[in-house]
Design a protein around this ligand. Sequence first.
Ligand SMILES: [Zn+2]
Length: 129
Amino acid sequence: MITPRYHREIPQRYRLEAGKCTGCGKVHFPPRRVCKECFGREFETVTMPTMGKVLTYTVIDIPPAEFDNLKPYVVAIVELENGVRLTCMVAEAPPDKVEIGTKVEMIYRRLQTGREWEVLQYGYKARVI
Ligand SMILES: [Zn+2]
């Protein structure tokens, strides 16, 4: 589903950009307007590392219709090298190739084709390395 929030976050989704608080150094992904640690409002844009590891994951056997051709697939919480965690699909890997601690690389892939607008949505996925 395409939401206003999704549109706002497109640059970050494309480039894996995060907001680093200039007050306390906390890195927020997606970027926030106000730091949740120190309530600061000044941020610098930082590009996140592309390497990380699987913290935990689940196998999706019954996906929403638009992902039906991918099943079964893995959705993982990945911790990047800078400690930022994000949730994403693990691309091009059968479920038995993924376990806790598996090293992954973030890649840029087509996520789905939006039927209503006939637009392609791109974003990051993880790939087992
Ligand atoms: Zn802060």
